[in-house]
Write a protein that binds this ligand. Structure first.
Ligand code: SF4
Length: 155
């Protein structure tokens, strides 16, 4: 089988004070089990209480982060368009732009390139294929998500 195009590496550097990938009304952030443990702990809450306060469930039961009711933007994006939980942010957020759906076709990747100034930015560095692959798997794990706490698929 041929290696995916991105295995040769892709130039990228997340741009300071950009926030474009979070500033999307209606964006959905799926959560992994590790995300729920890490982010609730950052808030010094038990997981159940944090899920109740900051998350909701999709129609098929997976937990996702809440959005602000007025504009549909992630509750953790602050007024300066910075992630207020950046150090512990969900792995799906950390994996952007290396989501399977973004890498799947030229068309999808071109769309992400138009939206994300970090791709091929002047200060971009080559992200090697192995690193991209780790993010692709992290995104997939988050997308699978969990539907109850404690989760049935706990590692
Ligand atoms: S958790 Fe942080 S990085 Fe993820 S969408 Fe919200 S603001 Fe953006």
């Amino acid at each position: 089988m041929r290696a995916p195009w991105w295995m040769k590496g892709v130039a990228f550097s997340c741009q300071t004070s950009c926030g474009k990938c979070c500033d999307e009304p209606g964006g959905i952030v799926y959560l992994s089990i590790a995300d729920a443990e890490r982010i609730s702990s950052e808030h010094e809450m038990n997981v159940e209480d944090w899920l109740e306060r900051d998350c909701r469930q999709t129609l098929d039961g997976r937990y996702v982060l809440n959005s602000r009711p007025d504009d549909g933007i992630c509750i953790y994006l602050d007024d300066n368009k910075q992630c207020s939980i950046y150090q512990v942010r969900p792995q799906q957020c950390a994996a952007f732009p290396w989501w399977s759906e973004n890498l799947a076709t030229d068309r999808a990747w071109n769309k992400v390139k138009d939206a994300c100034p970090g791709i091929e930015a002047d200060d971009a560095i080559l992200i090697d294929g192995e690193t991209v692959r780790i993010h692709v798997f992290a995104d997939r794990e988050s997308t699978k998500g969990f539907r109850s706490w404690p989760p049935h698929n706990k590692r």
